[in-house]
Design a protein around this ligand. Structure first.
Ligand code: ADP
Ligand code: MG
Length: 683
């Protein structure tokens, strides 16, 4: 097995392992462990040292311990199903060995009377006596007991013993791989080879040794493999030759002059990035990242105009119909009259839909707004040149690649995300894309004043609401779901609606998850048109709708949310010219930790800062549903803990790209770590 570069062993099916039957394979496959390589990343959590002999009077109940015992007396009950029992002693006390489903002969053989044996097992205490049930480690010769056994977080149905046997077998057969790292890189990791690192990873002495060279090397391997894949995807997309889109400063200026504000520097810079890409001869695949309210929409629309003027069509996809409509209306208002703008809505009459579908095919429509429905099979664009996707962090790398392919060679892609996340995380989620960031907020934005209030101070809050309503302002009142179980609990929002409706008759409306989309949209539109002033909701308003007149948001049970989520919710207000406030309500006094978290929110309106702090406190998995979405499931790497290694890998990738280095020497690395073979045909 010790062939050079024989990584095939690692990619082999689990059934290749000795002593691994069909059942075990099935259990492991359920856990997404499909081959030998996958098994390497279940790390020992702790280990049992079976070499230390404990006296009976020092036993710890519930622990696995090793004892030297002398069997004194057998008790073999005549009734079936009762266990066989052996009374034993050492110099300090007595203990019973209990055997279920065993034969007398077996028990007599392994525990002969009056001879010292060493046994090991979990200690229990029953009817005032110590017991060991079915001890697995028995020997007259204590040196035969396996010295140290790793404890893995076990998969149901596989014993610790089996698991250790499997891992030990793999470690014994571990192939020696050719080094893929450069010398200088390797030096940073104590020159640990991959093989050695894996062996050390499973050495009980190294449990949680996260700072050691071998550990960091393995983390770095993983990051680098991931970045290499992304780099190859980027390269591949860039290689696609497309017709370049014309760029006219003039047309753009005309639109900008219509706006009642100036673009921020970051908006200008992003627009320039995008225009340059559109204008180039290679396909654009770009992420526009900017905090809520940073003004991404206008940037995307301005860039779309160039594409239209170059004779191409634009598809603009929003996550909800109301948002699609809002973008559609903005385009109608800003774009010259000769541009044909359409909205494909689930509510469009069927003849209207037919007309839109036909006109799209005939390239008579210049820009189409809609939800994901605009990418249905039956919707065919005559000359699609640009896809814009708003508020979309729910796409994984592969889905994005599909989307980019779908548009065809001449189609540029812009993704917009309102989730400000630290750079290492952006790299992990959107590493296949080029990046433009809008950090700066429009200058007319007022900081949203943020307060925390205990729930029993509701009267104060109502007073505040009355005052705001008098001034003609609108209010969001958020009641999160109490239980996020299958039985969805809207009760708190319904109760609050009833309560508020008594105080402010005809001024309150309610939306929650059970309300149908159509109805929801009607309500939101009425709110936009100021037909009522208080909107009670669960968290549906999180998505990027612009309500310039709403300037107060009240969030109940605020501790139900992460900081980033609270920040996003807060971002719903403060977009108009008026002073805006956010009131966070809590059920009981805050712990010091919770206070610290809330203070971060009160002191900063910078989404990037907040998400960084939030992630340090809660880990990134929790953040805005990234776990289920695009986030890469790293085996060891952690975008927060291993920031330095992410940055190092980024630097190395830039170097590789810049020097146009051959990545052939990373073949084994890529084969092992990118098993979906996304770049199979590239290396
Ligand atoms: P987001 O980045 O969250 O999608 P939007 O594009 O919806 O933000 O913009 C939010 C609001 O800010 C809109 O009403 C928009 O007209 C306004 N806006 C955009 N850019 C500027 C700017 N430079 N100055 C002032 N207001 C702006
Ligand atoms: Mg938006």
């Amino acid at each position: 097995m010790k062939n050079k570069d024989n990584y095939n062993y690692l990619l082999a099916d689990l059934s290749k392992l000795d002593g691994v039957g069909k059942k075990t394979v099935q259990i492991l496959k359920k856990k997404k462990i499909n081959n030998i390589f996958d098994l390497l990343w279940r790390l020992p959590k702790s280990y049992t040292d079976r070499t230390i002999i404990t006296d009976i009077n020092n036993l710890q109940i519930g622990k696995i311990q090793t004892l030297k015992l002398i069997p004194l007396k057998y008790q073999f009950p005549r009734i079936r199903n009762l266990p066989n029992k052996v009374k034993c002693r050492d110099n300090t006390g007595e203990i019973d060995c209990i055997f279920f489903n065993s034969y007398e002969g077996y028990v007599r053989k392994i525990l002969p009377l009056n001879k010292e044996v060493t046994i090991s097992g979990k200690i229990t205490f029953y009817k005032n006596r110590y017991q060991i049930t079915n001890p697995t480690y028995l020997s007259e010769d204590s040196s035969l007991i396996q010295k140290i056994e790793n404890k893995y977080s076990l998969t149901e149905g596989i014993t610790e013993k089996t698991y250790n046997k499997i891992i030990n077998q793999i470690l014994k057969n571990l192939p020696i791989l050719n080094e893929w790292h450069d010398k200088e890189i390797l030096k940073k990791f104590n020159n640990e080879s991959w093989n050695n690192s894996i062996i050390k990873l499973h050495d009980p002495d190294n449990i949680q040794n996260y700072e050691a060279g071998f550990y960091k090397r393995l983390v770095y391997d993983e990051i680098l493999a991931f970045f290499l894949v992304n780099s190859e995807i980027r390269k591949k997309i860039k290689k696609i030759k497309k017709l370049s889109k014309k760029f006219s400063e003039e047309t753009q200026k005309k639109i900008i002059n219509k706006l009642d504000f100036d673009l921020t520097n970051d908006q200008k810079k992003s627009l320039k990035d995008i225009n340059k890409d559109l204008n180039s001869k290679s396909k654009m695949f770009r992420l526009l990242q900017g905090d809520v309210g940073s003004g991404k929409t206008i940037v995307s629309l301005l860039s779309a105009l160039n594409v239209i003027n170059s004779g191409f069509q634009v598809a603009f996809m929003a996550p909800t119909e109301i948002l699609a409509r809002q973008h559609f209306n903005l385009a109608k208002r800003l774009f010259p009259k000769n541009i044909s703008i359409e909205l494909l809505s689930s509510k469009s009459e069927s003849y209207d839909k037919k007309r839109i579908i036909q006109n799209l095919k005939d390239s008579k429509i210049n820009i189409l707004f809609g939800t994901h429905a605009i990418f249905q099979k039956k919707i065919i664009f005559g000359k699609l040149g640009y896809i814009i996707i708003d508020e979309q962090h729910k796409f994984g790398v592969r889905q994005r690649k599909l989307l980019s392919d779908k548009g065809g060679d001449n189609c540029d892609v812009l993704l917009m995300s309102a989730t400000p996340i630290p750079r290492t995380l952006t790299m992990s989620i959107y590493g296949d894309m080029d990046l433009s960031i809008i950090k700066e907020k429009p200058s007319n934005r007022k900081e949203v004043k943020t307060y925390s209030k205990l729930e029993n101070k509701l009267d104060d809050v109502i007073k505040f609401v009355k005052k705001e309503l008098k001034e003609g302002n609108q209010i969001f009142w958020v009641c999160p779901l109490i239980e996020e179980s299958k039985k969805i609990d809207h009760q708190s929002s319904i109760n609050k609606f009833k309560f508020l409706n008594k105080i402010f008759p005809n001024e309150v409306a309610l939306i929650h998850g059970k309300i149908k989309n159509d109805e929801k949209e009607v309500i939101l539109n009425k709110f936009l048109n100021k037909e009522f002033s208080i909107l009670v909701s669960t968290t549906i308003i999180e998505v990027g709708i612009d309500f310039p007149n709403a300037n107060v948001i009240i969030i109940e049970n605020a501790n139900k949310f992460g900081l980033s989520q609270l920040h996003q919710l807060r971002g719903r207000v403060g977009r108009g010219t008026k002073e805006a406030s956010c009131i966070l309500m809590f059920k009981s006094n805050l712990s010091n930790d919770a206070k610290k978290r809330i203070n971060i929110l009160k002191e900063s309106n910078d989404g990037f800062k907040i998400s960084e702090a939030d992630m340090k406190l809660r880990g990134f998995g929790d953040l805005l549903g990234f776990k289920q979405s695009g986030i890469k499931n790293f085996k060891l790497a952690d975008p927060i803990q291993n920031e330095d290694l992410f940055l190092l890998a980024e630097k190395q990738i830039k170097q590789i790209e810049y020097e146009n280095k051959d990545i052939g020497k990373y073949k084994a690395l890529l084969k092992l770590y990118d098993q979906a073979d996304i770049i199979n045909d590239m290396v």
